[in-house]
Design a protein around this ligand. Structure first.
Ligand SMILES: Nc1ncnc2c1ncn2[C@@H]1O[C@H](COP(=O)(O)OP(=O)(O)O)[C@@H](O)[C@H]1O
Ligand SMILES: [Mg+2]
Length: 395
């Protein structure tokens, strides 16, 4: 039986569909790393569109002379209770770099020695390693009074690894869910710190990615005119599958799903070509009958929690105000700021906060007409169906 996964499968290639254009575009950027031109990318796109999947595949497929590290900040932030500090993030990055070195590939073993020698040198520079919680041979310095040293150590390590090894020609680092950095004390300063190291490295490429809206505050903070990278990050947006791509994807990868023409149009309208929803809706559709519009509608209605599962989790973590804001947009089909200020019973400064945090999370977006709308159709559908079924919105 064919399966369309709703979470990250181990064997990516078995489930991965198409994205040839995106892969080529990103790989073209990445290829300059061997020419001492370090790629710096910012990859955006709706939640569930396949950014993480795509970047994991791209990293997997790099040639052996390129080291790669994938850092998922949601893992670091998820593990930690309470507030996340810059130090935690740096330690998380260090740990991920270390995992890369440790990976069970023959060629890495060859390099391990060179890396060890290099770390010894670092130690001789008299870092404070008294805590010495060893991760392989990289001890983590005590950082309470040593943030400068830790940041220097971590941020310079990738280039040093490249310099140290004959075989390694470049190092690509993906920082996924980068918008979570918004939760540390001074995200602006942290981006500037990263930038100051990154610009001195010629063979280390950084890819920042996350489900943020294209117009969000965090994008401005990292890559806007006044932002740390001041427009130097090349911004690439990953689009949902088109109607035809979705059709082909279903033909190739689904467990023999069949649709009438109207049925498929409905299916596409519900999923909007977002692979996460294509997969989750497919998993609840009957595959022994031809699905028409009505079947799609009913199946979605009865299985909405399963299809929109992600939103149950995200909704539960929003504040009352953010939820009210979302419901307002839902019931008014979007709204401009002046209207929201007048109608929504919150202060202007609160509303500004809702807008920033919700667009940083990729939940709302605004277009050329300055109207704020919900970025995700499935969130809309989920809220409407819940309201229909229960008489009130999810709490
Ligand atoms: N190119 C693809 N081919 C097949 N399935 C995909 C593809 N892209 C994404 N998916 C599916 O959608 C799910 C969500 O993708 P993910 O990369 O986590 O989205 P994002 O990181 O953009 O939020 C994945 O777990 C995977 O099952
Ligand atoms: Mg992701």
């Amino acid at each position: 039986m064919k399966i369309m996964p709703v979470s990250m499968p181990k064997d990516i290639d078995q489930y991965f569909f198409n994205r040839v254009k995106d892969i080529n575009m990103i790989n073209t950027q990445l290829s300059t790393i061997k020419l001492d031109i370090p790629p710096q990318l910012l990859i955006t796109g709706y939640r569930g569109v396949g950014k993480t999947f795509l970047l994991r595949k791209i990293l997997n497929d790099q040639s052996d002379d390129i080291l790669t590290t994938f850092i998922d900040l949601s893992e670091i932030f998820g593990r930690q209770k309470g507030k996340i500090t810059e130090e935690e993030v740096l330690k998380g990055i260090l740990n991920s770099i270390n995992e890369t070195i440790l990976q069970d590939k023959k060629s890495y073993k060859k390099w391990a020695n060179a890396i060890k020698i290099h770390i010894k040198k670092l130690q001789l520079k008299n870092y404070d390693f008294t805590d010495a919680s060893n991760v392989l041979d990289i001890p983590i310095p005590v950082i309470s009074d040593n943030y400068d040293k830790l940041s220097k150590f971590v941020m310079e390590l990738p280039q040093k690894i490249v310099d140290e090894s004959e075989e390694v020609k470049g190092y690509i680092i993906v920082i996924d869910e980068f918008q979570l950095l918004k939760n540390i004390d001074n995200p602006g300063a942290f981006f500037w710190l990263m930038r100051s190291f990154i610009q001195k490295q010629f063979n280390v490429g950084y890819i920042f990615t996350g489900s943020v809206s294209k117009t969000s505050e965090i994008i401005n903070m990292i890559n806007g005119q006044e932002g740390a990278f001041g427009g130097r990050l090349i911004q690439i947006n990953i689009d949902p599958f088109s109607f035809d791509e979705t059709k082909k994807y279903i033909e190739e990868k689904s467990n023999n799903l069949k649709f009438t023409d109207e049925g498929f149009e409905r299916f596409y309208a519900c999923t909007r070509g977002i692979p996460l929803y294509i997969n989750s809706l497919s998993s609840v559709l009957p595959n022994n009958i031809v699905c028409d519009e009505e079947i799609i509608k009913q199946t979605l209605k009865f299985n909405i929690d399963q299809v929109a599962m992600m939103w149950i989790y995200i909704w539960g973590r929003l504040s009352e105000g953010e939820k009210d804001f979302i419901i307002y947009l839902l019931e008014h089909n979007g709204a401009v700021r002046s209207e929201i200020d007048k109608e929504l019973k919150y202060s202007k400064s609160s509303i500004t906060r809702f807008i920033d945090s919700l667009s940083n999370k990729g939940i709302i977006e605004s277009g050329w007409d300055k109207k704020f709308v919900l970025a995700d159709k499935m969130l809309e559908t989920w809220l409407k169906i819940k309201h229909e079924n229960n008489g009130f919105y999810p709490l």
